[in-house]
Design a protein around this ligand. Structure first.
Ligand code: C2E
Ligand code: MG
Ligand code: MG
Length: 641
């Protein structure tokens, strides 16, 4: 017994759940069971021996005592890992004993045969199937042989006189059997409850893992995957019912500002609040999901009235826009929503989501804080965009791009001091494509790097040509997109082009859009620093339309502010714009920058700008953007600096 551990705790409870530990534990339990059964057998044998002794059946007493001794020896030598051998030995000893005693005693009616059912059960529980079968076959064969022998008269048995002693012996045999069955049964019960507990734990873990996989960790809302699953299920149902389903794609308008200005924690809190507010506006049958970032999706089930979707979208926008306090600071955030309806706007989740996204962008373009339905026009726009992108890649080798130049005039003496290079795409398939359409597409498709390179090279080539014609002081402004500034090679490319055409970097001015500069990327900053180091000057284009983070004006050593056309066009009448333009001129004066007004179309505007001290201007008043040859003509007739 010394080899047997006294603890019956499961391996899990001891914190070791490896298969090796489980096997060790199983061996331990089996060893203990064999020991317990052996002890009960020895007690049984000794009791029966006592009864037989009382009846002076000494040869049976001897057999029983020898068997009890053998069992005792086995018990002492019982070791973990050799349980099966020990159990086999005990079963063989008991079978031999029962067979022998029945043979010598009452034959098939001997009470000792009550041992057999117990032997079979214990073998079934502790031995391998093969060994158990052998035990059963041996017992059956013994019984058959005994029966056959009796039938054929090979031997005869006297029917034992039955009485209290026989009843005792049978009771002892049954008690030992019962005890063995009980302990083995308890093992089964324990095993079963352990399995049930494990099964419960497994199901709970699986549920948790599924929840994590299908929900957004921050808001607890269903994620894109679950949204897709729910949509698919609802879509199947709505097809059968001939009903409609809608997707509302929601994008927060000023989330980035909250996130950048107040930190990610505030941003996270805002998203959680928005999630709750959206949920509070919806029916139980509708689903709100977070797609990622500041994008949410609402799946509206059983759409009866399409106009009601617009009302729902307005309600959602109103709920989102309500001011909220985060970490003692008041924030407010509006939203733009795109609406698609299934099945007419698409027949699968991805197509509908894409269309809803497109409608949402239209809502943003239309001034944000509103909603838009997806329609055919948007689909056509999307198709056109895809086609334009694929065509624009051939437009450089096909010579479809050209540059126009718009003169820039110094207001103090009306001298043309330079020009802005503006791209034109005259596509064979689409005709003239506006730069306002071309540039964003080139940016989103990555084509801007090739296009930007082409513009810089073409502008430098033309500037060289102009300088060779004698316009030595001429200065060119080139529009540069933010995407170009994220290109690591930009500096080397620009330096190489300037070198190729023998131009001073000072002859080139780069125009950057103000909104774009507010995003301070490290690659962008280092590129700007490098271009400044080369000697190029920087202008902020469309000034006054972007975020009013003025820190970058000093940071990037900006030379010129270009006042956006929207403030200039109605300057003589619009007092608000007058105030804005004066303020911009004030900034220029304070920071030692030059001012250029864009979009001057008439004499009155020019007079006003000159009066308030604007340095330079450009616009249709002097000239529309011109091709190079006309620009040369214009320059030849204009006043030179
Ligand atoms: P921008 O740089 O602000 O250019 C001024 C825009 O105003 C030009 O439009 C010009 O034709 C127009 N404009 C000039 N004077 C007047 C005027 O008196 N009245 C009116 N109504 N408009 C005037 P355009 O050529 O269509 O270019 C639009 C925008 O596309 C440009 O705005 C610039 O941001 C971008 N862009 C143009 N060429 C390039 C380029 O080569 N590279 C990059 N990245 N962007 C470019
Ligand atoms: Mg410009
Ligand atoms: Mg501009």
């Amino acid at each position: 017994m010394s080899a047997i551990d006294s603890s019956e705790s499961t391996p899990d409870h001891r914190g070791d759940a490896s298969p090796f530990a489980a096997k060790k534990h199983y061996d331990l339990i089996r060893t203990r069971r064999v020991a317990q059964i052996t002890v009960s057998v020895i007690i049984g044998l000794l009791c029966v021996a006592g009864i037989q002794f009382y009846h002076q059946a000494y040869h049976e007493v001897v057999i029983l005592a020898v068997v009890a001794m053998l069992c005792g020896v086995l018990l002492l030598r019982l070791r973990r890992g050799r349980v099966e051998q020990a159990a086999t030995a005990i079963i063989v000893i008991l079978m031999t004993m029962a067979g022998l005693m029945a043979m010598l005693g009452g034959g098939l009616r001997d009470a000792v045969l009550y041992v057999f059912p117990g032997v079979i059960i214990v073998s079934g529980m502790l031995l391998s199937l093969k060994r158990t079968l052998m035990v059963v076959i041996t017992i059956v064969s013994y019984l058959m042989l005994t029966g056959l022998g009796l039938e054929l008269g090979w031997w005869q048995h006297e029917t034992e006189a039955t009485g209290i002693s026989t009843a005792l012996i049978i009771s002892i045999a049954l008690l030992v059997n019962g005890f063995s069955i009980y302990v083995l049964h308890m093992d089964l019960v324990r095993l079963l409850s352990k399995l049930q507990a494990e099964n419960r734990r497994y199901r709970e873990t699986r549920k948790r893992v599924q929840h994590i996989a299908l929900h957004d960790a921050l808001t607890g809302l269903p994620n894109r995957r679950l949204a897709r699953e729910r949509f698919n299920a609802l879509f199947e149902l709505s097809k059968r019912k001939n009903a409609k389903l809608a997707l509302l794609f929601i994008d927060l308008d000023e989330f980035k500002i909250v996130n950048d200005s107040s930190g990610h924690e505030a941003g996270d809190r805002l998203l959680q609040v928005v999630g709750k507010r959206l949920q509070s506006c919806l029916r139980d049958s509708d689903t709100v999901c977070r797609l990622g970032g500041d994008e949410f999706l609402v799946i509206v089930n059983d759409v009866v009235d399409e106009k009601a979707l617009g009302r729902l979208a307005s309600k959602l926008i109103a709920a989102i826009s309500e001011p909220l306090k985060i970490f003692d600071m008041e924030h407010s955030c509006s939203a733009s929503i795109g609406i698609t309806i299934a099945p007419e706007d698409g027949d699968d989740f991805d197509a509908l989501l894409k269309n809803a996204d497109m409608a949402m962008y239209l809502a943003k373009d239309e001034g944000r804080n509103n909603y838009q339905y997806f329609d055919e026009r948007l689909q056509q726009d999307a198709n056109r965009k895809v086609e334009l992108v694929s065509h624009m890649r051939h437009a450089i080798p096909d010579n479809e791009f050209s540059l126009l130049y718009q003169p820039k005039v110094r207001l103090s003496d009306n001298c043309v001091i330079g020009a802005e290079a503006l791209i034109r795409w005259n596509s064979e398939t689409y005709g003239s494509v506006s730069p306002n359409e071309l540039i964003p597409l080139a940016e989103s498709s990555g084509f801007i790097h090739d296009l930007g390179y082409w513009v810089i090279e073409e502008a430098c080539k033309d500037l060289r040509f102009l300088k060779n014609l004698g316009f030595e002081q001429f200065h060119l402004s080139i529009n540069v997109s933010i995407a170009q500034l994220q290109n690591q090679n930009l500096r080397t490319q620009v330096a190489e082009i300037l070198d190729r055409y023998g131009l001073e970097p000072g002859a080139i001015d780069l125009e950057l859009t103000e909104t774009l500069l507010a995003n301070d990327h490290s690659q962008l900053s280092s590129n700007l620093d490098h271009l400044r180091e080369l000697g190029m000057s920087l202008s902020i284009d469309d000034f006054g339309t972007g975020y009013s983070n003025l820190g970058y004006l000093k940071r990037f050593d900006v030379e010129t502010l270009k006042i956006d056309r929207s403030f200039v066009s109605d300057l003589p009448e619009n007092t608000n714009n007058q105030a804005i333009v004066r303020a911009i001129l004030q900034i220029c004066e304070e920071l030692g920058m030059r001012s250029v007004a864009e979009g001057v179309e008439d004499e009155a505007t020019l007079a006003y700008l000159r009066n308030i001290g604007c340095d330079a201007a450009q616009g249709y008043f002097w000239s529309r953007p011109l091709p190079l040859d006309q620009m040369i003509e214009y320059l030849q007739n204009a006043s030179k600096p």
